[in-house]
Design a binder for this molecule. Structure first.
Ligand code: DX5
Ligand code: ZN
Length: 217
């Protein structure tokens, strides 16, 4: 059964008004605040660092979901926890010792997630599934908000759902990139538990209503 969780991506928020944006999310039906950290190495963009995360955390009444698009995650895991991370996801291609990294995330007290890029097969996750709480499927190439949803993601979710049901049905399936009201319903039906939405939420006329609509998709 899909859990229908929504995690608005703060990358699309108005950074001149962090407090108001977080308060809008606090009073919405959002389940998590998705935090995109980019290093300009693993992805061709730099987003924001821990001082900004701390500012978000200071006002946030929702749990924070950290998506690390960085080459060297290990030295920053504790910083993520201090900045409020309840979930930390790392890219399978970026972590040379992925098992060590996800084990460390759990030891620090957060849920550990692994992220897979659009071109990578879900079968690459087989051996790591017993050690994670969440799998994040990228439905765009990571690095930027506002990109077009890659349609082959639907089949990938179905494949992953089968694997997860066998390995550990508790694992949360999260989708990130180009999520909107046209694909949300089919993603939940295919087995997704949690949808990240950046532009679709923050650029809409009524972000709170948009979040609520996505939850009902
Ligand atoms: C992309 C980020 C996403 C992004 C989603 O690299 O990981 O979380 O903010 O933004 P939208 O929903 O606009 O595609
Ligand atoms: Zn993200």
């Amino acid at each position: 059964m899909s859990r229908k969780l929504i995690a608005p991506s703060f990358l699309a928020a108005d950074f001149a008004n962090i407090q108001q944006e977080v308060e809008m999310l606090n009073s919405s039906e959002a389940d998590y605040i998705h935090i995109d950290i980019m290093d300009g190495v693993f992805v061709p963009n730099i987003s924001f660092g821990f001082p900004v995360c701390q500012a978000i955390h200071q006002h946030a009444k929702k749990p924070m979901d950290f998506h690390l698009m960085i080459e060297h995650a290990d030295p920053y895991l504790e910083d993520c926890i201090k900045a409020g991370a309840e979930i930390i996801t790392v890219h399978e291609e970026a972590c040379r010792h992925l098992h060590r990294t996800v084990t460390e995330i759990r030891r620090l007290g957060a849920k550990a997630g692994v992220v897979i890029n659009p071109h990578r097969p879900v079968s690459a996750l087989e051996e790591i599934l017993p050690y994670v709480d969440l799998v994040l499927l990228m439905s765009v190439n990571p690095g930027f908000g506002g990109q077009k949803f890659i349609e082959t993601t639907f089949d990938k979710v179905r494949k992953l759902k089968k694997m997860v049901d066998q390995a550990n049905p508790e694992i949360i399936i999260e989708i990130d990139g180009g999520v909107n009201d046209k694909n949300a319903g089919e993603l939940f039906n295919a087995g997704a538990d949690m949808l990240v939405a950046g532009s679709f939420v923050f650029k809409s006329d009524d972000p709170r209503q948009t979040i609520s609509n996505l939850k009902k998709a």
